[in-house]
Design a protein around this ligand. Sequence first.
Ligand SMILES: Nc1nc2c(ncn2[C@@H]2O[C@H](COP(=O)(O)OP(=O)(O)OP(=O)(O)O)[C@@H](O)[C@H]2O)c(=O)[nH]1
Ligand SMILES: [Mg+2]
Length: 440
Amino acid sequence: MFKTIVALATPPLKSALAIIRLSGDDCFFVADKFFSKKVSTIDHNKIMHGYIMDGDEIVDDVVLLAYIGPHSYTGEDSVEIMCHGSVLIFNRIIQTAIKCGATLATHGEYTSRAYLHGKMDLIQAESVNDLINAESEESKKLSMMSLKGKTSELIKPIKEDFGALYSNIEVNIDYPEYQDIEQANVSKIIEICKKNKDYIGNLIKNGIKGKIIKDGINVAIVGKPNVGKSSILNALLNEDKAIVTDIKGTTRDIVEGKIILNGISINLFDTAGIRDSEDKIESIGIDKSKQELRKADLVIAVFSADSFDEEDKKIMNLISNKLNIIVYNKEDLVTKKEPNKLYLSAITKNVDVLKNKIIEKLELNQSNYDNPSINNVRELGLLQSILVKINHILDTIENTPIDLVSCDVKSIYLDVLSITGEDCDFDVAKEIFSRFCVGK
Ligand SMILES: Nc1nc2c(ncn2[C@@H]2O[C@H](COP(=O)(O)OP(=O)(O)OP(=O)(O)O)[C@@H](O)[C@H]2O)c(=O)[nH]1
Ligand SMILES: [Mg+2]
């Protein structure tokens, strides 16, 4: 029995209209108690005009949409009430619904019910949240593809292969006498593992690119003091956001800004110049710079075009194992330039060359924008786990008894089912939906 839940689906702000949703097995009977017309007797989805009643008092004049399950978002009998967008009114309607038997919905409870009733798989459910949080047209497009089930399609061949392989091995082990069942011999297992290894490898590669389009990237601007980091941040943002002076150690705290390049959110973090410092406040800032450098997806390391010293060498070492762009700023101070180095002059505010380099570093192509991808952290993590298990099988199969190989194949199959939510830990699903808004 799914109890009736209620929540505001629109922002809790004054507006022309607000929408309140109810969903649950006895949803229509709950609605009967506070709506001026009978909802529980309808025999098809219906739009009704009427009043919300709290006893004899008219609370609001509303339009009520009744959806008979399974033809609703959650798959249950559901009601959407379009009321006047006054905070007092929508709160009062929710209170009235609760008085009549509904309970306040928790985060993502509507979508979690849609998932539980098989209206969507977990990939689609996660994309609902992605869609709500999308910040660019491109990110919205990828999330919409997932919601339409196109991303789930990518998982199907892996599920089919490992489902068939697992049942085959098990039947071979349990019923060796059945000669008419295909033998899951070593070469067959290797063939399936190799095929899926390449396929999953590509899914992961494209998924990481899709994640960049969907979530953006964090870019730290680092370097020793006075090389022009804050000037570069300001030029990229086209705004005087960070303080710029010729005094070394001007920036202490991290200064953040965001730009969109080719539909990708680039979260910029200007940091304190890194050097050995006795100054207590500056040292705290430098520690923060190093932390930001470690966390960043991409590091822009800034050097002055007219000098390179021991402090710069230390910066080079710090960024050596990060995806990085090395920039020689203050181009205007030099006459001789080395080939293949990226020069710019932040004071001219012309940083297009750097913007292009950022895009180039992300190695995205049009197909990353146009095609669905497994771009969610949880789903990508499971794909990586599957890849590790496939590699393990390929490395050890020659010396491993078939029943142990079967355990690995089963574990891969269960990981695949976890991606789509067909075999998903209750706590994992709960955690996923807790990230949603209350009315979704
Ligand atoms: N000539 C020249 N000067 C520049 C250029 N970019 C920045 N400057 C100057 O260099 C000085 C330091 O610039 P900032 O942007 O504050 O340098 P920073 O790296 O953020 O310095 P800290 O915050 O101290 O680490 C300022 O006087 C800027 O005007 C440039 O392209 N050419
Ligand atoms: Mg600065």
